[in-house]
Every structure is written in structure tokens, then in C-alpha cells.
Design a protein around this ligand. Sequence first.
Ligand SMILES: C[S@@+](CC[C@H](N)C(=O)[O-])C[C@H]1O[C@@H](n2cnc3c(N)ncnc32)[C@H](O)[C@@H]1O
Length: 343
Amino acid sequence: MDVEVEEGEVKILMPSDCLTSKYDSSVFYNKDKTFKRDLFTLAFSVLKPEKTADCMCGTGVIGCRFYKAHKSKIYFIDLNPTALNYAEKNAELNGLSDFSIEKADVNVFLSSHKFDCVVLDPFGSPTHFLDSAFRSFRKKGFLFVSSTDAANLCGAKPKACLRHYDSTPLDNFFCHEIGLRILLGYIARRGADYDFSIKPLLAFKHAHYFAALVEVERSALKADDCIKRKVGFSEVDGKKIGKMWLGDFNDLEFVKLLSSKASAIGLKKQADFLELLENEIGMPMFYYNIHKIASKSKGGKARRFDNFISRVQEKGFKATRTHFNSLGLKTNAPEDLLAQLME
Ligand SMILES: C[S@@+](CC[C@H](N)C(=O)[O-])C[C@H]1O[C@@H](n2cnc3c(N)ncnc32)[C@H](O)[C@@H]1O
């Protein structure tokens, strides 16, 4: 039996088992990723690419949502013929006038077609598809990447992280920021192999997955500069971590624009989240655990988090919550002072 699900501006037809069983269903659809698709769709509406590869399209929900946001050519690519059958029905249901259904391995397809926008939405890690994505860009483009590879990226499986990302993670309180940085650093290094520089426009962790949108540009000079200035190592408690992305992972102007668009169309949760991302821009890497700071202060009381942030700011330091963890504090204030301010 089929069911129809409304998501954003589109209606998506899918086998009913999509809603009851995430991994054994005949076609994959994950409602938990609607939030990411909302943000990616907002981004697409601003960027307006002309030819998009919705790779590993499943029901075609991403391509359909993108088309509604900006009418352009969408290629739906998947290995699963049942998924493509639904993607085709959904493209018709949502009035797509210019689309193509491709039963193919994404790596093979991308290696022989050109796009100005590529969406990679694999099961698990996107690493195996990045080379093909870069091969499919001409001079400039946009790459939307999702990853549910948290076990590797966040330090639960360091050997696998080294193998897949050539990077050393760390399983600690801010492992999610390290994970996102490792993913972005790897995208930058794969791009550099094809003389592309990357500029992250929007990147975050939400629920159990990571999401990143980067602008890519073919230029050996810019690729050199990107790798030299933005990719490297960090040290935490005497441990060397990385390689990873060292710069900001959200672009201020872009995130501001998305945030105002989200507010304008009543996407309050998304607008609030984007505001949080905006606050993190220009802050130092990583974050403190507010509970740990409280436990270090002499007779410290559990201050309200937002009041505590104001106290730190009043001392002339930058401070904000982080989207990675509701107990995380990003600040350039020294740790000793934080404990004192808690007293
Ligand atoms: C996580 S699901 C995609 C979900 C979909 N993009 C969405 O937003 O609901 C991954 C999809 O990738 C497809 N797939 C896996 N490996 C592939 C490959 N090498 N080439 C093409 N499709 C592939 C699977 O059939 C599955 O539909």
C-alpha cells in the first residue's frame, strides 16, 4: 500500500513500510531528516543552480523540494529501481517539468556527466562518492553532503576514521564539532585533488547526522590556499587530532539570509537554529561543558545558562551557546575566569 506524506511544499508518495521501518523498507525515507531538507531547500532557493544531481535520491524528496524552491533541471539517481519508480511518480505529482530518472551507480554516473549542483545523501559515509562529485563540476558548483557516519567521525571507531578520512578523531565532550571538522577537512582535500577550493556556506550536526553545503571553485591557486590555511591539526589535552577543517563552517552573510528567509515563511525552529549557527561564527574552536565549569567553581551555583553567558560577555569576552550540545559554551574567555564567574 502507498502513503502520501507532506513535507515542505511537496507531497511524497511512498510505500507504507517507509514509515514503519527505516532500514528494511523497499524505499528509504527518513522523517528525522526533514529538518536538514528544510535548511538545504532554503539554501537551494537562494543559490539557484541550473542542473542538479539528486544522488541516492530514494523517493526523490530532495529533488522535488529543490525544484519547488527553484525551477531547474533535476536528475534523480539511484540504484534501486523501486526507489526510482517512486521518484518518477513524485516528480510528476509535484509538477516537475524538467527531470531525468537514472538507474545508475552514482560514481559511474557522476564521472561522465556535468552538474552545477550535486547532492550526496548516502547510507553512512559520503567518502566513497566525493571524488565523483568533484569530477562532475565544471568551474563552479554547490555540493550538498549528508553523513550518518558519527561513529567514525566522533571517535567511537578511530581506526575506521583514520582509514576513511585519513584523520584522528577524539571521543570527548566536543567530539561532534571535531567530527564535522574532519568531514569538511576531508571534502576540502578530495576537492584539492581535482584543483577545487571549497567554501563552507552551511554546515551543522543535527539529530544523528551531519550536513554540509560547500561552494566549490576550480582554481589550483585557491585550492592550495584553502588546504594551506584551512586544513590542519589541533591539539586537545596533549593529543593531536585531525587533519580537519580549521576555519568557520558557516558563512555569515549566507546564514543570515537563510535565517531571515526562514523567519519570513514561519519556519521558527529552523530560524532559531540558524541564529545559533550565526553566533558560532568567528568563535574559537570547541566548547566547554557548562556543568563541568559549575563543578570547578568554589561553591558554584548552577546559574541560568543565558545569564551566565551575559556575565561572560559583560567582562568583554565573546560567549555563545553551540548547536552541537545544549550544555556547550563557546567562548574566548579563559577557563579560570569562567569558574570564577560562576561563583
Ligand atoms: C539514505 S538513502 C537516500 C535518501 C533520500 N535521499 C532521502 O532524502 O530520503 C540512500 C539511497 O542510496 C541508494 N544507493 C546506495 N548506493 C548507491 C550507489 N552506489 N549509487 C546509487 N544509489 C545508491 C540506495 O538505494 C538508497 O535509496
